[in-house]
Design a protein around this ligand. Structure first.
Ligand code: CTP
Ligand code: CA
Length: 238
């Protein structure tokens, strides 16, 4: 066996990363969306690539270009992203679910542009739940001893905290609920994170290792995340 290159700790690994934000259409010209720019996901893809990984990048409505040297697939809605993530995750060592997935979609799609109606003063949009892609990948992997889905699955959570519960407490509960191996908890507020270049994160691990706290540019957050993941993935090898 050749000696591992310290600068390329993910050499020989396949890393699937979802990024950006889904759009849920109402009619041909309108959608429900979110403010994810894709910047953090791009920085993670670059860090993983520079660490030697083969990167499969699943992008939904990015504000910025796809990085060089990754295999790109695109998706628009949560349902499309689910299919794209499952396909790109099979055979991968690591899945990083950075995309902002709409929790709900309009229950009906109008084939033609919705028009104002004088007799309907306050129209109502009905929503239905989207699948939880992260939880579904974990569940399918755990249900099958010979699954080719990744042994290391990393989720993201944007949390604000509230009067009773801190950002990290919300994150720990979400990590347990999702069943993934790691959760990157972002502290968010109206002017924090979305579209900005810096991030404040806590990386929680389900195996009980100490949380990793870090603040910095999205590039440096990505590098810390990839280092933390690289250390963990080696310990999962049989
Ligand atoms: N996620 C997903 N599918 C969804 C919603 C979220 O795969 N339908 C993933 C996100 O990509 C992220 C993680 O789950 O990695 C956490 O997303 P978040 O929105 O924080 O969690 P939710 O379970 O949707 O909880 P909340 O009600 O707080 O939005
Ligand atoms: Ca959500």
């Amino acid at each position: 066996e050749s000696s591992p290159d310290a600068a390329r700790p993910l050499e020989g690994r396949i890393v699937t990363i979802s990024a950006g934000g889904t759009r849920e259409p109402l009619d041909p010209v309108r959608f429900l969306g979110n403010r994810s720019s894709g910047r953090q996901g791009v920085a993670i893809a670059q860090a993983a690539r520079d660490a030697g990984a083969d990167v499969r990048f699943v992008a939904a409505h990015m504000d910025i270009p796809t990085p060089d040297g990754v295999i790109l697939t695109t998706a628009s809605t949560a349902l499309e992203l689910r299919d794209a993530v499952f396909e790109a995750a099979r055979g991968a060592d690591i899945l990083i679910m950075n995309a902002a997935v709409a929790d709900f979609r309009p229950s009906e799609y109008a084939d033609t542009k919705i028009k104002k109606k004088d007799d309907v003063a306050d129209p109502v949009i009905h929503l239905v739940r989207n699948p939880d892609i992260l939880a579904e990948v974990v569940a399918e992997r755990n249900a099958n001893d010979f699954s080719t889905l990744p042994p290391l699955i990393v989720g993201f959570a944007a949390e604000t905290g509230d009067a009773e519960t801190s950002v990290v407490e919300h994150g720990a509960a979400k990590l347990a609920r999702k069943g993934c191996e790691m959760l990157v908890v972002n502290q968010v507020g109206s002017s924090l994170v979305f579209g900005q270049d810096t991030n404040s994160v806590t990386i929680l691990s389900a195996d009980g290792t100490q949380p990793v706290e870090f603040s910095g540019t999205k590039t440096s957050v990505a590098q810390v995340l990839i280092e933390t993941i690289a250390a963990r993935v080696d310990s999962l090898d049989k």
